[in-house]
Design a binder for this molecule. Sequence first.
Ligand code: FRU
Length: 493
Amino acid sequence: MTDQNIKDFSNPADLRRKTGNRYRQKYHATVPTGWANDPNGWIVYNGTAHLFYQHNPYKPSWDTMHWGHMISKDMIHWEDCPIALVPTEEYEIHTGCFSGTSIIKDGKHVLMYTGVSKEYQEQCLAFSEDGIHFDKYKGNPVIGHDQLPKQYPPQDFRDPKVFVKDGYYWCLCGSRTEKYGNILLFRSEDMLEWTYIGSLFDPEDESCDHCYRLGGVCECPDYQVIDGQEVLAFSAQNADKEGNLYENSHSVIYMIGTLDFETGIFHYTYKDEVDGGFDFYAPQMTKDDQGRVLMISWKEMWHNYIPTAEDGWAGSFTVPSELSVRDGRLCRRPVRELDAVCRNAVSFDLTVNDGECISAEGIEGNVIRLQAEIELGDSEETGIHLLCGHGHHTEIKYNTLKKQLIMDRTNSGIPINGRDSNTSVRTTDLECRDGILKLDILVDVCAIEAYVNDGIAVMTANAYADPVEDIGIRFFAKGGSVHLKGMKTDVCA
Ligand code: FRU
């Protein structure tokens, strides 16, 4: 499998320069070379953010997993570090070191990850003094296949999320029975010896508030207390579509509820999608030294064509977002460090009439942030075309009658074919209070993140304008006129 041309991965920054950079994003983290999926070990300490990720350095497609590593002082500029975990041991030699988390213990940076051998997925540790070089624990695995209750097959037992509460270490792992996905809770006093506590859901019991049923693994579970609310997030493999929710082949779900640490049961009162776009999976949350809960996600989707693979790399991440819970809903906003690199503001104040599709002086670009407030007036539909030119555009629009936010990449440029029958249109149900739609849109070469109505809805996607020079922006309205006010800034990263 090894690309014969590359044998030395000790200098990822140099390898990055050797790839084709047509769609290299300027302020989104991207893999230097080869392949990346899930963010791993996401943590901020001593003023540095550490982003590890599932990585195949040899080629731009999934294979035996390593942990790549980048660091950043502001979560906008990223510096490549040496590969943190290379699969070398018996317990991980089959398909490598799968996803997991970081924690600081006794002044050491510890990674907890899944080692995948031929028969088992088991939970392992690696320790570091400097946050760059990691040594695997001699006693790995620390949660072995023999600790699993027998209804959970040891081939699907992965993605440990480790955290501290009430003087104990707790670990959530993704799993499934023959029929249903689940999340398992373990407890430890020292991270070395673990005890099984229970499963978060009880899919067989239809009458209770914890009977969530998923026909795949609950991958990459995560748990945080945000604004006093307990939030559970996980990546739902093969989640079924429900109305306009979960339209991708795999979706990220969050639940608000209460985790019972005695039984492991998660009683939930609300369940929703974290992101309504095309390219968002396996996010991780962490609490930084200022108490902010920050989320970063893989900005791709399984089974879809990734055009940058032709350039020697495939794998990108969202800009980290700050999380809050408002009115019982999870909200996200781009990390405020981004504000410092948004420059050259050009403001606009426009009326767009029924049937018009217009551009505005100085409002264009493909490495920008576009913030706007739209008075919907009597319009039926209004929106923005991004990355316009050569007959291409990517559309974000709001349908006032249906109360739907729609992202459409049918005419974006390079077609993104994949397993989903519909890889072009995504819809999010959204109420707009007082007839106002608020947009905060990040555009970065091929990345689009649309944060809407103060982050109550977010849609994330890649759209590959072809050629990359397609940078126009247009505003349109149908069935009535709208009034738009806002500004565009260049993101100078
Ligand atoms: C999620 C996932 C994880 C696993 C990893 C393997 O995208 O399937 O469950 O640890 O990717 O790369």
